[in-house]
Design a protein around this ligand. Structure first.
Ligand code: SAH
Length: 227
């Protein structure tokens, strides 16, 4: 947990950023985000610290923004929606895995809510930058790792109570469902890139898995296997 406006390293516009964040949170509420825990977490995480300096003035717009390398920081509404779905479990997940660290923003939101957050990223400079941000902002419960292209997820650190995939898979990635703990859930965008992606919730119940297909979404592709 951090108090950004008291934090010496937090860049720039202290009170202004708090006001912009509060406006964004009000907007998310208007859009139907109900979970107070999610709204509070998003009110605390300084999104402007997760985008390039040139993008600071747009950091609290409810839009995805480019973060370089053809990748994007997710739209706040989608971050809120995915995080709410993780919290909708009967038991609160402790051990959470995110695939696709990107800017690090979604991982920071998760870190406000869950005990331990593992996050993996396959683009080295993004991984390194996110790592620096977590250190600078004091997110000690985030374990950032560089992803290996021959292996999806982090099987050696699992099983996980929850897995959040922030890149779109063509098909349900079974390598990840195997890393779910009993009663664990995974939220993953699934479908052909360029249209038809949906947010999918997978729950593990004993030997079987249930699947619910939710809203249409649009994520950059999940890279599976070698380039
Ligand atoms: N959660 C991010 C959004 C990331 S965009 C944020 O809050 O900013 C999706 C990211 O997934 C990209 O950075 C991309 O490089 C990464 N990615 C794609 N396939 C991956 C894989 N197999 N393992 C780890 N990261 C992957």
């Amino acid at each position: 947990m951090i108090e950004p406006d008291k934090h010496p390293h937090v860049r720039g516009f202290g009170m202004a950023s708090a006001r912009s964040r509060a406006r964004l949170v009000a907007r998310l509420e208007q859009l139907g985000v109900r979970d107070e825990r999610v709204l509070d977490a998003m009110n605390r995480v300084p999104r402007h610290m997760f985008v390039d300096e040139a993008m600071t003035s747009r950091a609290y717009d409810d839009t995805a923004l480019p973060i370089g390398y053809g990748q994007t920081i997710s739209q706040p509404y989608i971050v809120a929606q995915m995080t709410s779905l993780l919290l909708a479990a009967d038991e609160r997940p402790d051990h959470v895995l995110e695939i696709g660290t990107g800017s690090g923003y979604q991982a920071a939101v998760l870190a406000e809510l869950f005990d331990t957050v593992y996050t993996v990223e396959r683009i080295k400079p993004l991984y390194e930058q996110a790592r620096r941000r977590f250190a600078e902002l004091g997110y000690r419960n985030v374990r950032a790792r560089e992803a290996r292209d021959d292996m999806l997820g982090l099987p050696s650190y699992g099983p996980f109570d929850a897995i959040l995939v922030t890149a779109g898979a063509e098909n349900l990635p079974t390598a990840l469902t195997e890393q779910l703990a009993e009663n664990g859930r995974m939220i993953v965008p699934v479908g052909a890139s360029g249209g038809g992606q949906r947010l999918v919730v997978v729950r593990r119940q004993g030997p079987s898995f249930s699947r619910d297909d939710l809203d249409a979404v649009s994520f950059v592709p999940l890279i599976e296997g070698h380039d």
